[in-house]
Design a protein around this ligand. Structure first.
Ligand code: BYC
Length: 481
């Protein structure tokens, strides 16, 4: 399908040929813009930001870079190219043609998956809305706003599916996506991590490293879906997601690098006296964001996950990668793991494979998280510093699934409620840690300059240098704060 870039809503889904849908989405569009102005990045709406806009769906040349005012960003609806022969590749319906309409038996489940996915997108924009006010450089400010506009586009992707395939209740769900608010006690976002505040840039980098990576794994398993429009939407969203995780990984690396530089300048001195973020505070942030992101995979033994797989709605990560899985029906296997007895003991468990799909996905996610941590540790080792960042045990600080609410330490040892209450301040950011990090969060808006707690990036965006004018301000940005 041709990309129509000049339409009111850029798209490659033939919107001009479906007047009813086009009218419905064009009626949703002003509500989205209103939400963006209210709940999107605070300030900067009148500035020109060097943004990447999706303009095609080919693997090469799909994006266009230019300075744009955010409310004029061309949020579009893009589906990855379709495979004419597409079949359902796993579960009970394996080998049957993929659906290009919602299968009646699975309507409620599909809508639920799409709404849950859709809800995370505006949630993350809301969580990050104040960060531009304390951006450490123009480069970082631009990356934040890029991530934000693309989460907005991912919302569009899910809203398109709701409008096109779910009739009136789909339209109502699409409206509700603009009504719930991250962290609002009366009307919170659906999943836990998306109600956590992101008050500083270290949290933002951890979020884009750990939580966006959950996005990668969830989107990849939905990209296997037998509901073809969902699969194609998610496949294209994954192309944008890679940059978000890059921002997270390199962001944490640059914070570590700067801390190491400051430690080298004054060996033995507390790095906070020089305005750096101590490695043990970075570790606490990692502990927090890794554990809340692990919660996003749901229960280890889940009948929902089993139904999604059985129906062909949600597969495994790289389900169809040659050589990865031989058995796409997964009826005869079990997944071996450990479960708590509730009093500090552990028990082996065997979960029927289909019911273990959340765990299968989560284990892959965890292995992927470890890779970036290893790269961070290389940087620390190269500097000759004896410190290793570690991911906490899957049992630590959990709010979903088998380990929820139980007092396990970072290494997965049962410590009991009392010790947990005492030790918590060594494991998770304290108010004092957060206040210290917050004290460093001062904006730097001059080209080529950077705050003292983070190192500059090695390269800029789209072959531009770090000193490129990534944001052209409409007026003095310091005067706005
Ligand atoms: N918080 O059967 P269970 C992204 C609920 S991130 C609160 O164990 P299931 C992004 C669950 O809803 C990717 N509630 O879990 C990243 C259920 O409720 P009900 C987002 C939770 O359903 C950065 C109950 O607990 N995409 O894209 O198998 C920036 C028992 O559930 C949580 C998706 O998540 C939680 N953490 O799995 C921007 C994909 N976990 O039915 C964007 C779509 C579970 O009892 N969603 N519950 O009321 C899904 O596939 C599944 O809904 C989940 C949960 C994997 C999330």
């Amino acid at each position: 399908m041709q990309v129509d870039l000049n339409a009111k809503i850029p798209n490659n889904v033939g919107l001009a040929d479906d007047r009813k849908l086009q009218r419905a989405l064009e009626a949703w569009q002003p509500n989205f813009i209103e939400w963006w102005k209210d709940m999107g990045p605070e300030g900067f709406q009148a500035d020109e930001i060097y943004l990447r806009t999706a303009v095609a769906v080919d693997s090469k040349g799909w994006a266009h870079f230019e300075h744009v005012k955010m409310p004029e960003y061309r949020w579009g609806i893009f589906l990855a190219p379709s495979d004419e022969q597409k079949l359902i590749n796993f579960g009970d319906n394996i080998g049957q043609p993929a659906w290009d309409k919602v299968p009646g038996d699975w309507r409620t489940e599909l809508r639920r998956i799409i709404v849950t996915q859709g809800d995370t997108e505006p949630a993350s924009v809301e969580q990050q809305r104040m960060l531009g006010q304390c951006a450490p450089s123009l480069y970082d400010l631009r990356n934040l706003l890029q991530v934000n506009v693309e989460e907005g586009r991912h919302l569009w992707a899910m809203v398109y599916l709701l409008h096109k395939y779910f009739g009136r209740d789909g339209r109502e769900e699409a409206d509700d996506l603009l009504v719930r608010r991250s962290g609002n006690p009366d009307s919170p976002r659906i999943l836990g991590a998306f109600n956590e505040p992101i008050k500083d840039w270290l949290s933002f980098f951890c979020f884009t490293y750990f939580t966006d990576r959950d996005g990668k794994y969830q989107l990849a398993s939905l990209a296997e879906s037998g509901f073809d429009p969902l699969a194609r939407s998610c496949r294209f969203m994954l192309t944008e997601e890679a940059h978000h995780m890059f921002v997270g990984e390199t962001g944490v690396t640059r914070v570590i690098q700067r801390t190491l530089e400051l430690m080298k300048e004054a060996p033995g001195e507390d790095v906070t006296t020089r305005g750096g973020i101590p490695l043990d505070i970075i570790q606490k942030y990692v502990n927090n964001w890794f554990s809340v992101s692990m919660d996003l995979f749901g229960g280890e033994d889940s009948s929902n996950a089993a139904s999604y797989f059985a129906a062909g709605l949600k597969g495994r990560f790289n389900e169809m990668h040659p050589g990865k899985y031989e058995d796409h029906v997964a009826l005869d296997q079990v997944y071996e793991s450990t479960k708590p007895t509730g009093d500090g003991g552990l028990e082996n468990m065997e979960v029927p494979m289909r019911r273990a799909m959340n765990l299968v996905l989560r284990d892959e996610y965890k292995a992927d998280c470890e890779k970036g941590v290893a790269r961070w540790n290389k940087v620390i080792k190269r500097a000759g510093v004896n410190f290793e960042i570690k991911l906490p045990s899957e049992r630590f600080h959990r709010q979903q699934g088998l380990w929820a609410g139980q007092p396990w330490d970072l290494d997965g040892n049962w410590v009991g409620e009392d010790a947990w209450a005492v030790k918590k301040s060594e494991w998770l950011p304290t108010e004092a840690d957060e206040a210290y990090v917050a004290s460093l969060m001062k904006p730097v808006y001059e080209k080529g300059k950077i705050a003292g707690w983070i190192a500059p990036p090695r390269t800029g965006i789209n072959n531009n240098g770090f000193d490129f004018e990534y944001v052209k301000f409409a007026d003095d940005p310091y005067a706005r704060i």
